[in-house]
Design a protein around this ligand. Sequence first.
Ligand code: FES
Length: 139
Amino acid sequence: MEYTEKVMEHFMNPKNVGEMEDASGIGTVGNASCGDIMRVFLKIENDVIIDASFKTFGCGAAVATSSMATEMVKGKTIQEAMLITNKAVMEALDGLPPVKAHCSTLAEEALQAALWDYAQKNDIVIPGLEEPKEHDHHH
Ligand code: FES
């Protein structure tokens, strides 16, 4: 299986790893097929994502996509962040091996779950955002 240079770079040297104490929204999702878990933290001010981080119990591809996804959302408005799909993240990484494509959906889902959490906490509606399927009530 072949990983691109960008995937390797983000896997070996992931950006934005760690918990965020004062996160505005936290999203946790799991991948049913492999059992891996992804958690994304967002700090949002005036509709702009000013910081993002993640923690994962996931494979290398999940680490690389989350690293890239958290880099991509920083400085974006909520509406712009909604456009960051797993496809966009994969493109930014110059692609993933097909068997690893599902791993990148974890990053997208965790991102959206974090936005959902933020919307719930602030009593706002984010157009186009749906309630995450898997919701972690245990943290
Ligand atoms: Fe589980 Fe990649 S194998 S996220």
